[in-house]
Design a binder for this molecule. Structure first.
Ligand code: 2P0
Length: 321
């Protein structure tokens, strides 16, 4: 029986925000992430006789509209490797109730792994990262565990993730603070496109990321968690400045997002280790140490009644089970 591919989600400490090539998902800048052990996707691909793909998510058949992005991706993969098979895709997201993470990173990494397994493509992890990137940019990084850098590259073959430290022994834990609110969603794809097109600060972002990537890699090598926290928070806030400075302006922040940013600043003033990072949504992820985690969690839960928190550690790269 063909194996199932398992991939974990990742949180970018230096964000990917903007493509220089939309079709190939080539980013303007490198990005750097930490793979998490909290949220993973299991995916199995079975070759079927049909001339269309059939997609099951969490054991439910997806309709044409919901499965379109995955079916388009499978067309790309067929083109890429020159085979014509169609697949039944069985994919299951394992996530603690509403942990505040998007599923595209773990989802497309697991799907790339499943096709690699079923079609016996024998891809090495660089090729697998390239294949995952074609599904979703951030998926390129979920091929590896621990700290991972996605090299922007210039074309399909030169844009892939590389491991920095797959099993780091470092005192870092992530607290995801989930705001229980349905906010109006601007997808990452659209949000980054609008930022590239219309934020006057976009060229500065490209320059900033180049220097912050260098600095955070030095901090990772030295296990300097404070520096990692400082750079990560600054990079996240700078990414969100690109949405606010787009024309028309938009933001992923909800009132509670700002409240949590303030609480994180208050915690630091009390001498408690806490740094915030935020993706294309209202939830806040807080970098903590072993020592600060319970204090941060208690403080946030005391101050804000309408949020839930979930703890994540460091996760591993793609596995076949
Ligand atoms: C990241 N995000 O580096 C950034 C930070 C969200 C904010 O990668 O268009 O779903 O499929 O390549 O990977 C989310 O964007 O976008 C993302 P596509 P993706 O994690």
């Amino acid at each position: 029986m063909t194996k199932t591919a398992r991939a974990y989600t990742n949180i970018a400490l230096i964000k990917y925000w903007g493509k220089k090539n939309k079709q190939l998902k080539l980013p303007f800048t490198n990005s750097l992430s930490l793979t998490l052990n909290l949220f993973y996707t299991d995916t199995r691909a079975t070759v079927i006789g049909n001339n269309s793909d059939v997609i099951y998510l969490n054991e439910k058949l997806l309709d044409d509209k919901k499965s379109q992005r995955i079916r388009n991706y499978l067309d790309t993969v067929r083109d890429f490797y020159g085979f014509s098979d169609h697949f039944q895709i069985d994919t299951v997201n394992h996530v603690p109730t509403s942990a505040g993470f998007a599923s595209s990173a773990s989802g497309f990494a697991a799907l790339a792994g499943a096709i690699n397994e079923t079609k016996q493509l024998n891809l090495d992890r660089k090729q697998l990262s390239i294949l995952a990137r074609n599904g979703s940019g951030s998926a390129s990084r979920s091929v590896y565990g621990g700290f991972v850098e996605w090299i922007a590259g210039e074309d399909n073959e030169s844009s892939f993730a590389v491991p920095i430290d797959e099993t780091p022994t470092i005192d870092l834990t992530l607290l995801s603070v989930v705001i229980n609110k349905q906010s109006k969603k601007i997808s990452s794809t659209v949000g980054m496109e609008n930022s590239v097109k219309s934020s006057p600060f976009y060229p500065n972002w490209v320059t900033l990321v180049a220097s912050e990537i260098k600095e955070i890699k030095q901090a990772i090598a030295k296990k300097d968690v404070q520096k990692i926290g400082e750079i990560s928070e600054h990079n996240a806030m700078s990414m969100h400045a690109l949405t606010l400075s787009a024309n028309p302006s938009f933001t992923y922040f909800e009132p509670e997002t700002i409240q949590i940013i303030h609480l994180v600043q208050e915690l630091r003033q009390k001498g408690i280790f806490a740094y915030a990072t935020i993706d294309a949504g209202p939830n806040v992820k807080i970098l903590c140490t072993k020592d600060s985690l319970p204090k941060v969690q208690t403080y946030i839960e005391q101050q804000l009644s309408n949020v839930t928190t979930v703890i994540a550690g460091i996760g591993s790269g793609i596995q076949y089970i």
